[in-house]
Structures are given as structure tokens and as C-alpha cells.
Design a protein around this ligand. Structure first.
Ligand code: PMP
Length: 361
């Protein structure tokens, strides 16, 4: 057997570990922050019809500029955005990769605030970009002062702000985003993968785009939109920044099937997003009930909760798994992360937690 070390792999990739959230078939999978509610059947039928129509034309390459999809995404985002300000790719991971390919690379630095989304470091590594992380404030919050001090220290070419932050759930104040966007000399990416789960009325970084051509706001259809399997992420920014992304994307990177499916889902945005309030309610329930059990849930604006106060996270992870419940070990001491699922899934998780909680009667 040949080992990876024997191959002439790039030196900067030696010893790196690939993204590896466990994929297990279990009754209750609450480990990768999906929307665990299936797509409504009538929406699924419409999507099937659109995909079926697209199949007949698969002899041809798809619309390289995915104009119809960009128009639909601009309409969904609102804020007066036009299709020229929209980009999309196979998941927001690929959108972020395009950004790093175009604006990062050898000799350049990307800055994030740890703990944060683990793919940022891997995408930086894959594009030869140096990845640096700065610390957050207490309870994983990020004030403008802390963020600006890190920017001054590292002078990054790209700043990645995760709002709300994964894996902590921490919402990010618009004041911090504005301060970073107005101070950093490079590209500022606001990853709003979980934005739809924020408190209704909380402003999006989209409200800051006007007059800030180096600010990019990424979103995904994988979370609130219940479309993770379709792989559709997107971004809003200045048309010039979008032109830069065109330089690094592969031609026809969004298949005709993906475009058709995404258009179908967007045509039913209200139905696709119908479970968001319910999921937010389950998130609040998880926080409330875990606190009552003596754990320490952190503030979350996402569809998951990070909680501390776990003596042996690996043992709890395994004990849950033995009951068919998969959550996430994220390597933070004393902490675990759980996705807010359906009411039944949440109940299964909370009942199991109650049986091994520090405060149990
Ligand atoms: N950003 C954040 C913060 C995430 O948590 C995730 C998925 N876990 C992504 C981006 C990427 O999601 P996708 O590629 O499915 O859009």
C-alpha cells in the first residue's frame, strides 16, 4: 500500500487532514447543521418537473452565467440587488474557494476569528493562502475593538467573518462588520450561511454593500433552505468582485440540473423556509433545557447550539450515538454542538442528555 507521504504532494499540504464530519446512518442526525425537515412534497414535484425538462437538454453545456438563477437569487435577497451583483457555486464552500483563489494565494493572508468554520483553514491551505486566526472575546463574542486590533496586527488580504459563527452560534453585530469593512484594506467576506435563523429584524451585512466594493456577503441554500444535497451557495457583492470570481471558476461549474433544481426551490422560497421559525423554537428549547440540566449553552443565532459544562465530551458523544443520536465533537474542551432538528429529534436528544446531565436528580 502506498501512503500519502510517499507521493509528491505539495509540501504545504503534507500532514493536513481533510474535512471529515462523520457521515453515519443514524435515526437522529444532528451533526452538520442541516435543516432536518424534508422538502414539502408539492415543491419536490415541481423541482422534479424542472429537472426532467433540463435533462432533455443535457447534450448542451448549461448557461455558464446562470443568468436566470442569479436573477432569482437577487430577487430572493432583495435589498435592491441586481443579478450582476450575484455569484453562485456548488455550495458556499465553493463560493468561498473562488474568493480565496481570486483574492488569496501564495504570499497572501486570510484572517478569521477562532474557533470558526473549519473549512476556512482548509480552503486557505488548498489555495496556498496563509491562514491566521485571532482570538475572540469572552463567550466567543467579537467586538469591533477586538476585530480591528487583529486586523492591525495581521494586515490581512482577506478577512472572513462568520455571522452567525460556526461552531459557536454567536451572532455578530453589524457594528463589528461595518468597522471591519471600513478598516481592512483587503476583501471582507461575511459568511451568512445561517443568517435566516437570526432574530427576525436583525440586519444582514447586505445592508452594508452599498459603497463598499471590497465587501462580499455569502449565503447558502444548504441550511434554512433545506437544500444541502443540491449544493447551491451564493454571494452578493460588487459586480467588479464578481468579475474576479469569473477568472477562477471552471467553465460551466453549475450544472443544468443544479440550476433547474435551485430555480425550482427558489420559486417556492416561502414553503422551503416554512420550518425556520419552528427550528428557531427548537434551538431556544435546547438552550433552555440544557441550561436547566446544568450545561452551559452559548448564545446562538443559528440552527445549532454549542454547549459547555460537559465533563467528558467524547463519552457523551458516544453515549448519544449508542442511542442513535449523532451530534458533533468540535474539539473545544468541555463542549459539544448539536443541530436543532424536528421537535421529535430534539426531544430524543434532550431526553438522552437528561439521563447523563450534571444536575440530574
Ligand atoms: N459556511 C458555514 C459557516 C458553514 O457552517 C457551512 C456548512 N457547514 C458552509 C459555509 C458551507 O455550506 P455549503 O457549502 O453547503 O453551502
Amino acid at each position: 500500500m502506498t501512503s500519502l507521504d510517499e507521493l509528491p504532494i505539495r509540501d504545504d499540504l503534507r500532514g493536513k487532514t481533510p474535512y471529515g464530519a462523520p457521515q453515519k446512518t443514524v435515526p437522529v442526525a444532528l451533526n452538520v447543521n442541516e435543516n432536518t425537515h424534508p422538502i414539502p412534497e408539492d415543491v419536490a414535484h415541481d423541482i422534479v418537473a424542472r429537472v426532467a425538462a433540463a435533462i432533455i437538454g443535457l447534450n448542451r453545456y448549461p448557461d455558464r452565467e446562470f443568468t436566470e438563477l442569479r436573477t432569482a437569487l437577487a430577487g430572493y435577497l432583495g435589498h435592491g440587488l441586481v443579478p450582476e451583483q450575484i455569484w453562485a457555486a456548488n455550495g458556499s464552500n465553493e463560493v468561498l474557494q473562488h474568493i480565496l483563489q481570486a483574492f488569496g494565494g501564495p504570499g497572501r493572508t486570510a484572517l478569521g476569528f477562532g474557533p470558526t468554520y473549519s473549512m476556512y483553514g482548509l480552503l486557505a491551505a488548498g489555495t496556498g493562502t496563509e491562514w491566521v486566526t485571532a482570538e475572540r472575546d469572552d463567550d466567543f463574542e467579537l467586538s469591533a475593538e477586538t476585530a480591528l486590533a487583529a486586523i492591525e496586527r495581521h494586515d490581512p488580504d482577506i478577512v472572513l467573518l462568520c455571522a452567525p459563527n460556526n461552531p459557536t452560534g454567536t451572532p455578530l453585530a453589524l457594528d463589528t462588520i461595518r468597522a471591519v469593512a471600513d478598516t481592512a484594506r483587503g476583501i471582507v467576506v461575511v459568511d451568512e450561511a445561517y443568517f435566516e435563523f437570526a432574530e427576525p429584524g436583525d440586519p444582514s451585512a447586505l445592508t452594508l454593500l452599498e459603497g463598499r466594493p471590497r465587501l462580499l456577503v455569502s449565503r447558502t441554500m444548504s441550511k434554512a433552505f433545506a437544500f444541502a444535497g443540491a449544493r447551491v451557495g451564493y454571494l452578493a457583492g460588487d459586480p467588479a468582485a464578481i468579475d474576479a470570481l469569473r477568472l477562477v471558476r471552471l467553465p460551466y461549474h453549475l450544472s443544468a440540473l443544479t440550476q433547474a433544481a435551485a430555480l425550482g426551490a427558489l420559486a417556492h422560497a416561502d414553503e422551503m423556509l416554512a420550518m425556520v421559525d419552528e427550528i428557531r423554537g427548537q434551538r431556544e428549547r435546547i438552550s433552555r433545557e440544557l441550561a436547566a440540566l446544568g450545561y452551559r449553552p452559548y448564545r446562538s443565532g443559528a440552527n445549532f447550539v454549542l454547549f459547555g459544562g460537559v465533563d467528558d465530551p467524547h463519552a457523551v458523544f458516544e453515549a448519544l450515538l449508542a442511542r442513535g443520536i449523532l451530534i458533533r465533537e468540535i474539539g473545544l474542551p468541555g463542549c459539544l454542538r448539536v443541530t436543532a432538528g424536528t421537535e421529535a429529534e430534539t426531544t430524543a436528544f434532550l431526553e438522552a442528555m437528561a439521563s447523563f446531565a450534571p444536575n440530574r436528580m
